[in-house]
Design a protein around this ligand. Structure first.
Ligand SMILES: Cc1ncc(COP(=O)(O)O)c(C=O)c1O
Length: 429
């Protein structure tokens, strides 16, 4: 077992219980400390050949090595980006544009083909939609079952020799459902030109991730989901895979992402990766899974017969619990429980509240989506936090002001499901 992490300044004794780690993780104090050197001393431009550039370059290289070490990448290239969304765009747009450019005659006659699925993060869906709008790509959305998993046989059935990219996330940010990535990547490679991308924003540092075992060509990871700051992400690119850059210019990052490198954030990501490697070696996922199951059992006991699990019961992130509480509007419930910071299965846009496209994409009805709570645990979560959260959430669920207001007729639901096609873009986290 690992020694406990150093106390976190955001989590004093009176702080609300933080159960929203899938939205963002607190910056680990050890990561913040690691950023001090590149902020205070190693200010040089990593591309400068003089005495100030050399230590900056060394820190950048060390950070890159720590991140590739975490994902088992002995080869390939790791490109630092300004966010996970940017890494997704570089993977999806960059790979398809490069493949289109390499066969211009062919793509005047035929439509390039891209495959994804409806519970992806909006960054992937938007990149696919961009290819559809600006490059005439055909975009196929695989279905997902009630637990959020795609069916590998469906991928095999829709794959064509025009397919250039398949993008399926490793685990979903709302339900934690883990997709059968190795099998999907293997099937994808049965098509002559097709590449496979996975958005692993929610799995890297949370469960072991190995690019070779997964067999992927492109993998996205995100700093602020793994105790580094917001504003840094990375894309791992397999040797031989060519990408059209999204940001072109000075040739940094192997020509794949122009702009003087954000050294303090890259160093932070490297430090976070080193801490994550230690966590995984000490079985932190098992500690979190036990806490997650304690939370689930506690809610079940406090609200008998009213708690329904969303997502896969087994193939699921160890720190993520998504449950719908029957008869409850989860937004109202969380407003009545300010001592718990968590997310709901609905999103608010321009004053209108809509059910989560992830949950409705899995075929769940609107009432169940509006009753959904996403509770995600992290490095500082304790048993005491879990027991406090159960008591606060159960008390709020008993308050009549948390009662569900949404009902959906069978006809409305059928109409909504029939609209399950692009565009599917809504804010996500
Ligand atoms: C699965 C997934 N992909 C991509 C992202 C986007 O990351 P960023 O917020 O750094 O753009 C997130 C987080 O919001 C995510 O959960």
């Amino acid at each position: 077992m690992l020694p406990a992490p150093p106390p976190h300044p955001a989590f004093g004794p009176d702080a609300p219980v933080y159960l929203d780690h899938n939205a963002t993780t607190p910056v680990d104090p050890r990561v913040a400390e690691a950023m001090r050197a590149p902020l205070a001393e190693a200010f040089g431009n990593p591309s400068s050949a003089h005495a100030y550039g050399t230590p900056a370059r060394a820190l950048l290289d060390e950070a890159r090595g720590r991140v590739t070490g975490l994902i088992g990448a002995d080869a390939g290239r790791l490109v630092f980006t300004g966010s996970g969304s940017e890494a997704d765009a570089l993977a999806v747009r960059g790979a398809v544009l490069q493949l289109i450019a390499s066969g211009p005659g062919r793509w005047r006659e035929e439509r390039p083909h891209v495959i994804t699925q409806p519970t992806e993060h909006p960054a992937v869906l938007a990149a696919c939609e961009y290819l559809l709008r600006w490059h005439g790509a055909e975009v196929t959305l695989l279905g997902v079952d009630e637990q959020g998993r795609v069916d590998p046989d469906e991928l095999r059935a829709v794959l064509t020799d025009r397919t250039l990219l398949v993008s399926v996330m490793h685990a979903n940010n709302e339900t934690g459902t883990i997709q059968p990535i190795a099998e999907l990547a293997r099937i994808t490679h049965e098509s002559p030109d097709a590449l496979f991308h996975t958005d692993a924003a929610q799995t890297v540092a949370k469960v072991p991730v190995d690019v070779e075992a997964l067999g992927v060509d492109l993998l996205t990871l995100v700093g602020h989901k793994m105790y580094a700051p917001k504003g840094i992400g990375a894309l791992w690119v397999r040797d031989g895979v060519r990408l059209e850059p999204i940001v072109a210019g000075g040739g940094q990052e192997g020509g794949l992402r122009a702009g003087t490198e954000n050294l303090p954030h890259a160093v932070a990501l490297g430090a976070a990766a080193a801490l994550a490697s230690a966590d995984l070696a000490a079985d932190e996922p098992a500690r979190l899974a036990a806490l997650r199951d304690r939370l689930h059992a506690g809610l079940d006991a406090a609200l008998p017969g009213r708690v329904r699990l969303n997502g896969h019961p087994v193939e699921r992130l160890p720190h993520t619990l998504n449950v719908s509480l029957d008869g409850v509007d989860a937004r109202a419930l969380l407003a009545l429980a300010p001592g718990v910071a968590a997310s709901t299965g609905s999103a608010c846009h321009a004053g209108a509240t809509t059910p989560s496209p992830v949950l409705t994409g899995m075929g769940l009805d609107a009432a169940r989506a509006f009753g959904a709570l996403r509770l995600s645990l992290g490095r500082w979560t304790t048993e005491d936090d879990i027991d406090r959260a159960v008591a606060l959430l159960a008390a709020a669920a008993a308050d009549e002001r948390a009662a569900a207001t949404v009902t959906e007729s069978a006809a409305e639901r059928a109409r909504r499901l029939a609209r399950r096609t692009l565009p599917l873009i809504t804010p996500g986290g």
